[in-house]
Design a protein around this ligand. Structure first.
Ligand code: 2AL
Length: 174
């Protein structure tokens, strides 16, 4: 991809292209827009990560709350974002039997009850068994430790979504 293409995007197109690299957080690309020109996609990614890291804990929790549950109601109801649906599908979360669905629902509810935000994990680099195992393990973490762990997962998801945008060359198609 020609990085100059990013620079040529209007503010509206920039937010439209990068608006969901962090799930349902278009204010993040809106906030880093003023740091243009980005010499590379890696520089854009770094600006996004720096913005997230500079947030207080309450802001990080806010970002985490924008994600939908893994294997939750939105997946079954067809209301996930396209990216989230594809990622959850890649991990096999759309092909679970009734026992798996109810175990995940119980664990997701326990997690949310304990931490106040949904369990977040990069699904594309995992599978349904590993996701359930991680969820059980991370339920034991301390609150602050779990915020940073979950933010690391948001960054992994963001990195892969940015890579997709570059590979599918959606920026040059505008
Ligand atoms: C997600 C999502 O939408 N994509 C992904 O990899 N993980 N959600 C989540 N709660 O972890």
């Amino acid at each position: 991809m020609d990085v100059g293409a990013i620079h040529r995007l209007s503010y509206e197109d920039f937010v439209s292209v990068f608006g969901n690299v962090v799930e349902r957080c278009p204010f993040i690309p809106a906030a880093v827009w003023s740091q243009r020109p980005f010499p590379s996609v890696a520089a854009l990614q770094a600006a996004i990560f720096d913005f997230i890291e500079a947030l207080p804990e309450s802001g990080k929790e806010g970002i985490l709350r924008c994600l939908s549950d893994l294997a939750g109601k939105e997946l079954r109801g067809g209301t996930l974002s396209r990216e989230s649906r594809e990622e959850q599908g890649a991990a096999g979360l759309d092909r679970m039997d009734a026992a798996e669905v109810s175990r995940m629902a119980r664990l997701n509810a326990q997690y949310k009850e304990r931490f106040g935000f949904p369990f977040v994990m990069c699904a594309r680099t995992s599978d349904k068994a590993a996701i359930e195992e991680q969820l059980r393990e991370r339920l034991r973490n301390a609150h602050a430790q779990e915020i940073s762990r979950a933010v690391e997962e948001v960054k992994k998801i963001c990195r892969l979504r940015l890579q997709d945008l570059v590979l599918t060359d959606q920026i040059n198609k505008l």
